[in-house]
Design a protein around this ligand. Structure first.
Ligand code: UD1
Ligand code: CA
Length: 456
């Protein structure tokens, strides 16, 4: 049985934030969620989260609660440190289990790596193993101390001598322990160091001193073990994750004009020959088909986009588009819109909870809220679906082939039937029949020479 203990009770003071550190996001996903997902992928059977600072907020933020958790008492008079955090999980540790300890603030660790690390630990019959890496700027990390190439301990930056600070091999904060020895070691930890903290890293030294086997598993992909302690590191890891995702899409046949300025979240799917222009954000469970041109300056959240669409400088939220549509520049498509094929939603058109059928157009400056627009309809410039009476929202139904002239108000609930024609500038309050012409505006009055009177 593999048990994962994830340490996330610390305060994260270096973040200077009201939000608990592990709830900060890397490419749209919470740091702690990355670690939980990695455990899941790494086939860790049971996860125990150690929570303290921000406990309630963290529990509330994690929707899928497929983990156990333990509270670490927090307070000025309370002990502190990664070792003390692990002690809280002692009831979950079985003698025969392999315990994987992870820092809750190291998000890019992959399940595959954890799996290989556990295998390394077991195959070498180690009592403890440490996941390490050589990094160019080791400042801030614990350094791995070796003698005759064997790990003999870990020293924290704050406790390290000048010589030790020169060591480039760092401690990832990820360890494997045999359950029985881990429990023994937890009983013996002390807080005799510059920080007066209980360090789990001391456990490694103690196991060496007892004569048991300790191994180091060094990985070359150093990004996977980088921690987030401040917002600079948060941005560095976000950048790294962003480029990893973008490279994957590019290798799969998507053109990304400027990968540094394109933000695609992990669960997004994109078909081949789609071209993505800079400053585009694709978020949530968005699915995009083939041969689309997306961006520049577009944000699409949890939406389904077919193929051959062009979407420029627009925002689309929780909506569906089929094929060959032209959206934007500057369209705003709010939740629950369904757009057919060959539709044009042009500049400064806002849509919400509205369906629009094939070949229909709303080319400029309109509001389409709570509507049902059929095929081949034309919504002129400045048309408003007047959907709200101050209390309730009402529906506007426009049937196939209807033409709504510019600057018209359609006061919902209202039906405009097939082929009907609304004269521009109308305020329509009654149903308009099939193929009818409706004009709903005051007749023009022109008074000869009256224009000059304005100066009198
Ligand atoms: C720790 C390691 C260091 C390693 C680094 C890797 C120790 C003593 N040091 O240092 O060797 O290079 O991680 O990122 O272990 N936590 C608790 N309870 C506590 C204190 C901390 O749950 O009382 C949690 C924190 O929330 C955090 C994790 O443990 O998720 C690591 O704590 P942090 O203070 O960030 O340790 P580092 O200084 O980074
Ligand atoms: Ca840390």
């Amino acid at each position: 049985m593999n048990i994962g203990i994830i340490l996330a009770a610390g305060e994260g003071t270096r973040m200077k934030s009201r939000t608990p550190k592990v709830l900060h996001e890397v490419m749209g996903k919470k740091i702690i969620q990355y670690v939980l997902d990695a455990c899941e992928d790494g086939r860790i059977d049971k996860k125990v989260l150690i929570l303290g600072h921000g406990k309630d907020e963290i529990l509330k933020a994690l929707k899928n609660k497929d983990f156990n958790w333990k509270e670490q008492p927090i307070g000025e008079d309370k002990p502190y440190g990664t070792g003390y955090a692990v002690m809280q999980a002692v009831d979950y540790i079985e003698d025969s289990s392999t315990v994987v300890i992870l820092n809750g603030d190291v998000p890019l660790i992959e399940g595959k790596t954890l799996n290989e690390f556990i295998k390394f630990h077991k195959e070498n019959k180690n009592t403890a193993s440490v996941l390490t890496a050589d990094i160019e700027e080791p400042y801030g990390y614990g350094r791995i101390l070796r003698h005759n190439n064997q790990i003999i301990g870990i020293v924290e930056e704050k406790d390290a001598s000048e010589e030790e600070k020169k060591i480039n091999e760092i401690n990832s904060g990820i360890y494997c322990f045999d359950g029985k020895e881990l429990k023994n070691v937890l009983n013996e930890l002390d807080n005799d160091n510059s920080q007066n903290e209980y360090y789990i890293t001391d456990g490694i030294k103690m196991i060496v001193e007892k004569g048991y086997k300790v191994g180091g598993y060094k990985i070359s992909d150093t990004v996977q073990i980088k921690g987030v302690n401040n917002r600079i590191q948060l941005s560095e890891l976000s950048k790294e994750e962003k480029l990893r995702i973008n490279k994957k899409h590019m290798l799969n046949g998507v053109t990304i004009i400027d990968p540094d300025n394109t933000y695609i979240e992990k669960d997004v799917k994109i078909g081949i020959d789609t071209i993505i222009y800079p400053n585009t954000f694709l978020e949530g469970k968005t699915e995009i088909g083939e041969d689309n041109i997306i961006g520049p300056g577009t944000r699409i959240q949890s939406s389904k986009i077919g193929s051959n669409n062009s979407i420029e400088n627009s925002k689309i939220i929780k909506s569906t588009l089929k094929n060959y549509n032209k959206i934007g520049p500057y369209a705003y498509i709010r939740p629950n819109c369904k757009i057919g094929n060959y539709v044009k939603i042009g500049d400064f058109v806002e849509m919400k909870n509205t369906t629009i059928g094939d070949n229909s157009k709303a080319s400029h400056l309109a509001y389409l809220g709570d509507g049902e627009v059929g095929k081949d309809a034309n919504i002129g410039c400045g048309v408003i679906f007047v959907n709200y009476d101050g209390k309730k929202k009402h529906k506007t139904i426009i049937k196939d082939g209807a033409f709504v002239g510019s600057n018209s108000n359609l006061v919902a609930p209202i039906v405009i039937n097939e082929g009907a024609y609304i004269a521009c500038g109308s305020t329509i309050t009654e149903e308009v029949g099939k193929n009818a012409l409706a004009i709903g505006r005051a007749r023009q009055v022109t008074k000869i020479n009256k224009g000059k009177d304005r100066y009198k």
